[in-house]
Write a protein that binds this ligand. Structure first.
Ligand code: ZN
Length: 300
């Protein structure tokens, strides 16, 4: 699933490709993608004649801002946008087409059909779902160490699910949460309210570094993610912990383990990310050769 860096990459690409274009008409062939308004014909009608002014992002949602309208789009598992000429054959799984006045088309393809679109009058989009309850935006100037501590430090849930909760901080998914916790040296199952101020500050810094590096690299290309121009992201080459089960930890050499936290496959180093009760104990001596492999395969 695309996380903040991937959606940010799509946002930047779409900005280059479609800002300034005017929608002549729109065609929806899979009604369930359109969550608002209820009526597909109204969705198609409302878009006619609107010019695209900018592409924004809130968490993992794209905001396609037009004169007077905003389209909020979530790619979910495998949604993708691509710019085509109207004479190009329409590929399978294309569910929504925005026909522009210059003869090009923005096409939305989604094999899994989980993606969503909500159309709002401009400015209204923040007042209702899906954007209304979203938490802190990590790449925004309002995301300070104080704001992060305030959002996280009173939660009694484990830190990993707390970071995945989009009502506290947006944009982080399974991959970047594992990466940030590893970089901060924090065990994914420590209750959020048991983290010290120092640990929360380390985690705050780790989230920023991880996301910034990933955005810089153009997002990850795990599974089928491709940005709007068909370019693959490059960040998967920089993963320090995610997807590295049984490989040596980049910090200490201990085998990386995979477990399940809050129903999600979770990578961590048992030596560098100790639960609280083990923090002052001697380093774990288990090595790659003698460890037993009890990890279960779960969804990513
Ligand atoms: Zn380690």
């Amino acid at each position: 699933m695309p996380e903040l860096p991937e959606v940010e990459t799509v946002r930047r690409t779409l900005t280059e490709l479609i800002v300034g274009k005017t929608i002549e008409s729109a065609t929806v062939s899979l009604p369930r993608i359109i969550q608002r308004p209820d009526d597909i014909k109204r969705f198609e009608m409302e878009l006619i004649g609107h010019r695209i002014l900018e592409i924004g992002r809130r968490g993992k949602f794209l905001r396609i801002v037009m004169d007077g309208l905003v389209l909020v789009s979530h790619l979910r598992m495998e949604g993708r946008y691509g710019l085509y000429d109207k004479s190009d054959p329409v590929e399978k799984h294309t569910h929504v087409i925005f026909h522009f006045s210059d003869g090009t088309e923005l096409r939305y393809k989604d094999v899994r059909q989980f993606g969503t679109m909500h159309l709002f009058p401009a400015g209204e989009e923040f007042k209702s779902n899906p954007l209304a309850k979203l938490g802190l935006e990590p790449l925004d100037s309002s995301f300070t160490a104080d704001a992060f501590r305030e959002a996280i430090s009173k939660r009694s849930t484990k830190i990993k699910p707390a970071l995945l909760n989009q009502e506290y901080v947006v944009g982080l998914g399974n991959i970047y949460v594992d990466e940030a916790l590893f970089r901060a040296g924090i065990h994914p199952e420590v209750p959020a309210n048991e983290l010290s101020t120092d640990q929360l500050d380390l985690l705050y810094a780790a989230i920023l570094t991880t996301l910034r590096e990933a955005v810089e690299a153009g997002g990850s290309s795990i599974k089928s993610f491709v940005n709007g121009q068909g370019e693959m992201g490059m960040f998967q080459h920089s993963f320090q912990i995610y997807g590295r089960k049984d490989e040596p930890c980049v910090k200490c050499g201990h085998a990386v383990e995979k477990t399940v936290v809050g129903g999600r496959g979770t990578h961590f180093c048992p030596n560098c990310q100790r639960p609280k009760e083990l923090i002052n104990k001697a380093p774990i001596k288990r090595t790659l050769s003698n460890r037993s492999n009890k990890s279960k395969e779960v969804r990513e």
